[in-house]
Design a protein around this ligand. Structure first.
Ligand code: FAD
Ligand code: PYC
Length: 409
């Protein structure tokens, strides 16, 4: 964390990007000013010199999952294909402040994944071995080692789901999601990208099997290519074209506590008891759980999830029983059957999709934008997103990352 550069003063935020009126036509229209849309626009301009780009956002920049996630960054996935893209992302994170000339407040404080059953122990140890094979830092910690690393954790064997050990990725951690969105927006804007808020894409312009632009609440906009990056709303947009994506949209909730003195300096996750927690620099505990089981496009979930999340948290960290919840919220996540993303062309000319990051796309923001920009600029997948094409649901070459997702879904 360098503590330098761009603002913490909210008045300065207004000046980080322009507020242009939409032009009649662009080389590329990106739909959605979340992290993935903004990083895509940035790398289109930076890596490929394509600057006649608009990012269209129906609400405000970062008002979707980008501003609602719990900011966990790591790369300890199971399969080679995922390890490659998430590790590339983590390496981009490690130099992102210099790249964007903007504080993103990456804090590599370590991410722990807990095991509570023999099955968990085998599965997590297997992932540690797979991480080593892919050159990704990973360690297995026995309960006593975990207790030394996280003194407030309860390792008593007398609880419902005792802690039997866990993995640790020391290079994992958290970053400030709003700063990441602002940093990409600022840098893209400086290279000529138009970021247009309050501009909802309502339909597509097409010429036979080719997409020629978008219809928006601010009029039609022609485009050489249209790139969807609308997270939980991508399937409804594709539906306008009669394309049915293998995506289920669900609420994913999180909460913060009141501000307390710093006492937790790592991220702890338990997929089994369905809670994860970190402590933000400000002092609030940031917690989340698994998805709400029902489909929804509303940014709210059920109380049951909050109740269970807190019960699990208090069992793991009895000291939390003294802390009060300050606020809760939800985002809409776009979940593929194999818990991996889709990044590539759709079966209509000039139309691309980046979706299916589900509960884990924040950490992928830099790599996702990098490979999506490459795909749009060259018409070919980058080697890192080649395994994540839509046709894997026909070929059966799935990349199942439910275990490594860390959040039950
Ligand atoms: P979004 O920010 O949702 O961007 C999509 C944008 O498209 C939105 O701004 C939306 O308004 C806009 N849009 C939608 N429809 C239209 C339209 N028709 N026209 C124009 N604009 C449109 N991931 C991690 O890696 N680590 C975590 O710790 C983590 N925690 C999470 C916790 C919660 C509670 C949630 C909800 C998600 C979490 N995630 C996490 C997942 C991560 O946030 C998402 O995978 C990622 O943010 C999705 O990409 P995005 O940022 O581009 O999406
Ligand atoms: O993907 O690491 C993750 C994550 C943590 C919390 C939500 N998603």
């Amino acid at each position: 964390m360098s503590g330098r550069r761009q603002p913490l003063d909210p008045h300065l935020v207004e000046r980080l990007w322009r507020t242009p009126a939409p032009k009649p036509a662009y080389d590329v229209v990106v739909v959605g000013a979340g992290g993935h849309g903004l990083s895509t626009a940035y790398y289109l301009a930076k890596n490929h010199g394509i600057t006649n780009v608009a990012v269209l956002e129906r609400g405000w920049l970062g008002g979707g999952n980008m501003g609602r996630n719990t900011t966990v960054v790591r790369s300890n996935y199971l399969w080679d294909q995922s390890a490659a893209i998430y590790e590339f992302s983590l390496k981009l994170w490690e130099s992102l402040e210099d790249e964007l000339d903007f504080d993103v407040l990456l804090s590599q404080r370590g991410v722990v994944a807990l095991a509570h059953s023999t099955h968990d122990v085998r599965e997590i140890k297997r992932r540690v071995s797979a991480n080593h094979a892919n050159g990704i830092d990973a360690e297995w910690l026995e309960p006593a080692e975990l207790k030394r690393f996280v003194p407030i954790i309860n390792i008593s064997p007398e609880v419902r789901y005792p802690v039997l050990g866990g993995s640790l990725q020391r290079r994992g951690g958290i970053a400030r999601h709003d700063h990441v969105a602002w940093g990409y927006a600022h840098a893209a804007d400086r290279m000529g990208v138009d970021i247009i808020q309050n501009c909802e894409v309502t339909d597509f312009l097409r010429d036979g099997d080719r997409i020629t632009g978008v219809q928006t609440t601010r009029g039609p906009i022609a485009a050489g290519n249209v790139a969807l990056a609308a997270a939980g709303h991508t399937s409804t947009l594709a539906d306008r074209l009669g394309i049915r994506l293998p995506i289920q949209s669900h609420p994913l909730q999180a909460l913060v506590s009141e501000l307390i003195e710093p006492f937790l300096d790592t991220v702890i996750m338990s997929n089994t008891v369905h809670v994860y927690v970190s402590q933000a620099d400000k002092g609030e505990l940031v917690m989340g759980a698994g998805i709400d089981a029902f489909n929804s496009y509303a940014q709210r979930g059920s109380f049951l999830i909050i109740e269970r999340m807190l019960a699990a948290a208090i069992e793991l960290f009895p000291i939390f029983s003294q802390v009060r919840v300050l606020r809760t919220w939800a985002g809409i996540v776009d979940v593929c059957p194999d818990a991996s993303p889709i990044i590539g062309p759709l079966p209509l000319g000039n139309l691309y999709v980046n979706t299916g990051w589900g509960t884990g796309g924040f950490k992928a923001t830099p790599a996702s934008g990098w490979v999506y920009a490459h795909t749009i600029a060259t018409g070919q997948p980058h080697e890192l997103n080649a395994p994540f094409q839509l046709d894997r649901f026909r070929s059966g070459a799935l990349v199942d990352e439910h275990g490594a997702a860390g959040v039950a879904h």
